[in-house]
Design a protein around this ligand. Structure first.
Ligand code: ADP
Ligand code: MG
Length: 292
């Protein structure tokens, strides 16, 4: 492909969590991980729970420190940055978490939360911030009336839209989205994914998109990396990884996903065929056991 340029390059990254006296309990979370993220792409990261996906995302944003390894962001040595340089770089990188409510300060209105991000970017003029706030709300599909609300007055989907508006306020070039729609209803999930895709196209944002949902990854991602036991076992174009998995772990992940789909479909079909009969017999059994 022509015109592909590297935004992030990771080499031999390692992270082990240590707890207990003198770090006696060690959990290796990321082991010898090397990969690249191209500018403007959406790289998916899939793998079973506990395989190290969140840890890898946090390492790239310097939310936690690695034990060893290197990473560059647009040619800059990511792990060597300190203080002011690190703060400046953090403006270019944002993280969107699974649980949107815990990522917003419950005591701050939507307005002050976005305002804070704009100030961090150095937008000093009050009128300019007001204009930008309204523009950002429009971009994420929320009316200006939402600016006065507190997080507890928002639904899950609305909260995730606010989180996206706040992330966009600093004009990031890279976003780690960690299971961003897993906590949302299916229909809301589709809307937020669609929004994220549009924002990516409009702002040319690069995503590391972490998800356990293979259908979501297939919809969102240009390439996909597969993690197992802290290692990336496979990486490639999304369609070729899904259609011709090279690693047995990837194949079993895809197989499990299709088995789950079939299982859920069968369940849904049987529920829609005989809803009342099943319910009646369940309730009857419960009543009988209560009265015995
Ligand atoms: N703060 C932590 N302290 C100790 N162990 C952790 C911590 N965070 C994650 N782990 C462990 O590291 C491994 C990888 O976790 P994580 O990166 O959250 O995986 P994933 O996001 O793929 O589910 C798991 O075994 C998990 O229990
Ligand atoms: Mg995780």
């Amino acid at each position: 492909m022509s015109g592909v340029s590297t935004m992030i390059e990771v080499s031999d990254l390692n992270k082990t969590y240590r707890r207990g006296l003198f770090g006696s309990t060690a959990t290796p979370a990321v082991s010898d991980v090397s990969f690249k993220i191209n500018r403007g792409e959406c790289l998916g990261l899939i793998g079973e729970s506990g395989s190290g996906k969140t840890t890898l995302g946090k390492l790239l944003l310097r939310l936690i420190e690695p034990d060893s390894g290197t990473a560059t962001f647009e040619g800059t040595d990511l792990f060597a940055l300190k203080n002011r340089d690190l703060r400046r770089l953090r403006l270019k990188m944002q993280m969107v978490f699974q649980d949107p409510t815990s990522s917003l300060n419950p005591c701050m209105t939507v307005e002050s939360c976005i305002d804070e991000a704009l100030k961090r970017r150095g937008v000093r003029d009050r009128k300019e911030r007001e204009r930008e706030r309204l523009g950002l709300m429009e971009k994420v599909g929320l009316g200006p009336e939402f600016l006065r609300r507190y997080p507890y007055e928002l639904s899950g989907g609305q909260t995730q839209r606010v989180v996206l508006a706040r992330a966009l306020a600093v004009k990031p070039s890279f976003i780690v989205a960690d299971e961003p729609t897993s906590a949302l209803d299916v229909s809301v999930q589709a809307q937020v994914l669609h929004l994220m895709k549009n924002l990516q196209a409009e702002y040319g944002i690069t995503y590391l998109f972490i998800s356990h949902d293979l259908d979501v990854v297939r919809y969102m991602c240009d390439r996909v990396a597969v993690m197992s036991g802290g290692r990336i076992v496979e990486i490639g174009e999304t369609e070729s990884v899904f259609n011709r998995p090279q690693h047995s772990f990837t194949a079993s992940l895809i197989h499990q996903n299709s088995e789950l789909d079939t299982f859920l479909k069968e369940k849904t079909d049987s529920i829609s065929r005989t809803p009342s009969q099943d319910l009646i017999s369940d309730q009857r059994q419960e009543t009988e056991s209560l009265t015995q």
